[in-house]
Design a protein around this ligand. Sequence first.
Ligand code: F0G
Length: 360
Amino acid sequence: WNRRPLSVWRYRELLPVRGEPVTLQEGGTPLYHLKRLGEEMGLAELYAKHEGMNPTGSFKDRGMTVGVSMALELGKTSVACASTGNTSASLAAYAAKGGIPAVVLLPAGKVAVGKVAQALMHGGRVISVRGNFDRALEMVHELCISHGLYLLNSVNPFRLEGQKTIGFEVIDQLHGVVPDRMVLPVGNAGNISAVHKGLQELIALGFIDRLPMMTGIQAAGSAPVVNAIEQNLPELIPEANPETVATAIRIGAPVNAEKALTAIRQTGGIAASVTDDEILMMQRDLARKEGIGVEPASAASVAGVRKLVESGIIDRDERIVCVVTGHLLKDPETVVKQCEPPIEIDADLQSLLSALHLHS
Ligand code: F0G
């Protein structure tokens, strides 16, 4: 397989799809060395896997290329999901490519505008539910059972099969070296579970001989997985009213919690929370010091590293890969709220020079 370009389908033997996949050329995303931010934190080997560089701007595309391909192989004629935004954008696009209708349920008023725009433009039936994501997921689950739509949330195992390729690509991009730690933002806890599963498969196949410490980062107002790890609970206690600026991970009852807890515990990893301020500060730092534009939820992973280094939990000689999950342009409103607006001037050179504090 080594001659195939880096992409989800480079690893097709390890994926369930047998026929031609429904693909928009997902995966093959850049792994950036965060030199400047790493230096600031005292880390020589800090990397970011930029999943915002996928076709619809998030890692969900890896899951959807597999999920929608399987839906068609199984003879399904319509697909559905609940979403904090990215899953809906991705599902709408892949359903369009596959030629079947998609129904998406979104928590009303809590989805970043870029994601709603995508779901609408790709022709999804977009339903805004007056309730949070967890409730929307229960509702779409019932709808799928009663009316035969094919559910493509991360409860669907084929989604996670696609997403596990993040781990494969990281190993490929590090030329076979296993990072000491992989750090992911955790919402519904599917992605961290998927990456863990993929890396376990590479061990079983003899490609690698150890696992990275799987590390999950949540927003402080939406941190049931962190609570379960910190209090060493056998299972998670849902958070009834999750709240965070990182709306992508505003989830109180993650469906893949059990798998995520196993991934973290079995690899000697950890879960930690970061405040909204820490998230937004890291979003700006990634943008301004590294040139990497991500949405708030994605910045959480790197913000978590900064916090864990400062508190002495992460060793400075670790090789660390953060997964940054979605693109900056997903959530322009949060950007506009943080940044000074453009300086508007009259259309003459003198006004330009004075706006830039330059002498004529
Ligand atoms: N980062 C982003 C940008 C996301 O959109 C999500 C999840 C996550 C991280 C967390 O991943 O759920 O696998 O733990 N977004 C889902 C959605 C819930 O509906 O788009 P997870």
